[in-house]
Ligand binder design. Structure first.
Ligand code: CP
Length: 311
């Protein structure tokens, strides 16, 4: 594999899920594959899971790791042909080529502005690295996608499903802040690639990009949508249509034990207790959020393994 910017970079998603679970069973099977190779992890935004799990994945493969919080480095300019007489002293053209001399793989986390829909959709930060770096790029959550999370989510469903085609529901949940659509987008794309009965529920106005949701059923009645669900994935996202806006924070959309019944509860974390989901769910055996987080190591590890094999 040449890079991992979205789930479609994987040749076969079901095969990748199987291989990731094999790595989980035997994490050090390829402990010399990454010997003398270095991954640089670049964070434009905060992270707990992605940062630690990707570093652990790289180390399981024998790689060296370097982490840079970009806010502690020089501000980067991304525009072509600009007169750089304002804040940013370094252009992405130099920065990406310089980092490429220190790295065999560059992983990037860069959230959207949620101000400029067109610019966010262009994935200007991630794609600038793809354009100017001379080594493979891994997406650790970009403006519109979080493919490592989606791979993790599919792995976790594969591990825990008790029927061939479980019912999986992605439910919008309230949140006080405007959040990106990236996790929801990637989860939707992933669920379209695996054997599940998938639907989405959210209040009116929170429709995701229809080019992503395509013909996935959407229900505005959460209670009805959750009937007989095997897995419920809760996530907040800001409005896509009224781009980046929090239209309301209707507490009635919080996930509760009563609504979930026997369904397994999923969330990418971090999660706001008693806003997105009540304590009684997170503290119950039906919550699989910790297992999901654990699987972040092996989704990153299978992706890095496939890239290393192609270097
Ligand atoms: N789920 C996830 O990406 O977590 P972090 O933001 O902590 O990396």
């Amino acid at each position: 594999m040449k890079q991992f910017t979205n789930i479609y970079d994987l040749e076969s998603i079901p095969q990748t899920i199987t291989e990731a679970l094999e790595l989980k069973a035997n994490p050090f099977a390829y402990e010399t594959l990454g010997k003398h190779k270095t991954i640089v992890l670049l964070f434009f935004n905060a992270s707990l899971r992605t940062r630690l799990s990707t570093e652990k994945a790289a180390k399981n493969l024998g790689m060296n790791t370097m982490i840079l919080n970009v806010n502690n480095a020089w501000n980067l300019e991304f525009e072509e042909g600009t007169v750089m007489n304002l804040e940013a002293p370094e252009h992405i053209k130099e920065a990406a080529q310089v980092i490429s001399q220190y790295a065999d793989i560059i992983a990037v986390r860069a959230f959207p502005s949620l101000q400029d829909k067109k610019k966010d959709a262009s994935e200007w930060i991630l794609n600038s690295f793809v354009k100017y770096a001379t080594v493979p790029i891994v997406n650790m959550e970009s403006a519109t996608m979080h493919p490592l999370q989606a791979l993790t989510d599919a792995m976790t469903i594969a591990e825990l499903k008790t029927k061939q085609k479980p019912k999986v529901v992605l439910s919008w949940a309230p949140h006080p802040k405007a959040l990106p659509q990236a996790v929801a987008n990637s989860f939707v794309k992933m669920m379209q690639q695996v054997a599940v009965d998938f639907s989405i529920t959210h209040p009116k106005g929170y429709e995701l990009n229809s080019e992503i949701t395509k013909n996935v059923p959407i229900q505005y009645d959460q209670k009805e949508a959750l009937q007989h669900a095997d897995f419920v994935y809760a996530k907040n996202w800001s409005s896509y249509e009224s781009y980046g806006k929090v239209l309301h924070q209707d507490a009635n959309w919080m996930l509760t034990k009563d609504k979930l019944r026997k369904a397994k509860f999923m969330h990418c974390l971090p999660v706001r207790r008693n806003v997105v989901v009540e304590d009684a769910v997170l503290d119950s055996k039906n919550s699989i959020v910790i297992q999901q987080s654990g699987n972040r190591v092996y989704s990153a590890q299978i992706v890095l393994k496939k890239i290393l094999e192609n270097l």
